[in-house]
Structures are given as structure tokens and as C-alpha cells.
Design a protein around this ligand. Structure first.
Ligand code: B4P
Length: 195
């Protein structure tokens, strides 16, 4: 089983690259952002609470997203591997994920971390906001709050996996195809090492 975390600040290309990676490697895509947005679309109690937090550019409580990921793992017992997109985003989420995967004897194979400058992140998200209909993409203050949350709470997650030599940093600026090619080289290498 090959389990990949795609990591990086908001707007670094996680969702964009995930679409291409699941096609190439046949992994099950688990995006906590997408799961939360589908709860919002259904207007569930969880979705309505999550929307208030997301609209401020803050992180949804750990227990909510950990619960969503735990059910998604249970619902997909027979996959080749998972691509975690936007999760884990805090140290508590990383520890919970490690425990969930330990039960399945299928630890994280690699974390690919996308490196993009703050000005480029803001530019991309404002541009996406023109068409995405996402309320968290339209206001520059909210976008900057999301980036601050990333520095305060999420960046440390890379240090956690670095201890196990599982992190590969990749330049996230350039064409989508160039970045995809760099990610694939790293995945192919790790897959070889895992066999
Ligand atoms: P997410 O849905 O994870 O969204 P994101 O970080 O904003 O976007 P992503 O990184 O996937 O976007 P991409 O660069 O692909 O999170 C949204 C919110 O949900 C969070 O703020 C939080 O409130 C909540 N949440 C989610 N997970 C959580 C968790 N685990 N714990 C707590 N809260 C959680 O795309 C950005 C734009 O860049 C696109 O328009 C794309 O076309 C463009 N782009 C991509 N690559 C490019 C390139 N190489 N060059 C130019 N443009 C590019």
C-alpha cells in the first residue's frame, strides 16, 4: 500500500496536483477541504458549523476532520493507497493519522511538500475566487489569515514526518506539468524503495 500526503500552504497546488496524481497512481483521494465543502453543500449541521470557521480563514476543529478521515478509511478497505490532500494540518491530526494507519499496518510512504511564495499564493487564490464561488477565496484578509494559520499550526506537521525521513520538498512555482513531473519522480523513487 502506498500512502501519500500532499502538503503545502493554501493555494500551493495540492488540489490541482492531486487530480493528476490519482489518475496516474490509482490512489484514493481524500481531501478534507472537499469533504467539508460537500457537508456545506448538503447544509448538514457539521457543514454549517464548519462554514463559519472556514469563512474566517481558520482551521476546523481537529476532532471534526479526524472523524471524517477515520470514516473515509473505514469505507475504503480495499484500495492501493490513499492520497491525503489538506490533511493532516495540525500535529494532533498527524498523530491521529499515524495511529489510524498503524492499525492498518500501512504507514505514510512519503510527504510531498510544495513550496510557494506568499505573494504567489495570494495571487492564485484571488484569481480562483473570481470563478470558484468559494467565499474563503474572495477576500484578501481571509486568504492571509489562512496563510497565517498555516505558519502557526500546520508547518510543524512537516517537522513531524521529517523525523522519519519522509518529507520531500518540491518547488511549487512553474507550470502545473513541470511540478507534476517532479512529484512523479519522487513517488516513483519511493515506490521502488518500498518494494
Ligand atoms: P483546502 O480545500 O485544503 O484548500 P486550499 O488549501 O485552499 O487549496 P489547495 O492548496 O488545494 O488549492 P490549489 O493550490 O490546488 O482548504 C480549505 C479550508 O478548509 C481551509 O482553509 C480550512 O478552513 C478547512 N480545512 C481543510 N482541511 C482541514 C483540516 N485538515 N483541518 C482543519 N481545517 C481544514 O489551487 C489554488 C489555485 O492555484 C487554483 O486556482 C489553481 O488553478 C492554481 N494553481 C495551482 N497550481 C498552479 C501553478 N503551478 N501555477 C499557477 N496556478 C496554479
Amino acid at each position: 500500500m502506498f500512502n501519500l500526503i500532499l502538503f503545502g500552504p493554501p493555494g500551493s497546488g495540492k488540489g490541482t496536483q492531486s487530480e493528476k496524481l490519482i489518475d496516474r497512481y490509482g490512489l484514493k483521494h481524500l481531501s478534507t477541504g472537499d469533504l467539508l465543502r460537500s457537508e456545506i453543500a448538503r447544509q448538514s449541521a457539521l457543514g454549517l458549523e464548519a462554514k463559519k470557521v472556514m469563512d474566517k480563514g481558520q482551521l476546523v476543529p481537529d476532532e471534526v476532520v479526524i472523524g471524517m478521515i477515520s470514516s473515509a478509511l473505514d469505507q475504503n478497505p480495499d484500495v492501493n493507497g490513499f492520497l491525503f490532500d489538506g490533511f493532516p494540518r495540525t500535529s494532533a491530526q498527524a498523530e491521529a493519522l499515524d495511529k489510524l494507519l498503524e492499525h492498518r499496518q500501512a504507514p505514510i510512504s512519503v510527504m510531498i511538500a510544495l513550496d510557494v511564495s506568499e505573494e504567489e499564493l495570494v495571487k492564485r487564490l484571488m484569481k480562483r475566487g473570481e470563478t470558484s464561488g468559494r467565499s474563503d477565496d474572495t477576500n484578501e484578509q481571509v486568504i492571509r489569515s489562512r496563510i497565517t494559520e498555516y505558519h502557526n499550526k500546520t508547518a510543524a506537521v512537516a517537522d513531524h514526518y521529517q523525523k522519519f525521513d519522509k518529507v520531500k520538498m518540491i518547488a511549487g512555482e512553474g507550470s502545473i506539468e513541470e511540478i507534476f513531473a517532479c512529484i512523479c519522480i519522487e513517488i516513483d523513487l519511493r515506490k521502488l524503495q518500498q518494494t
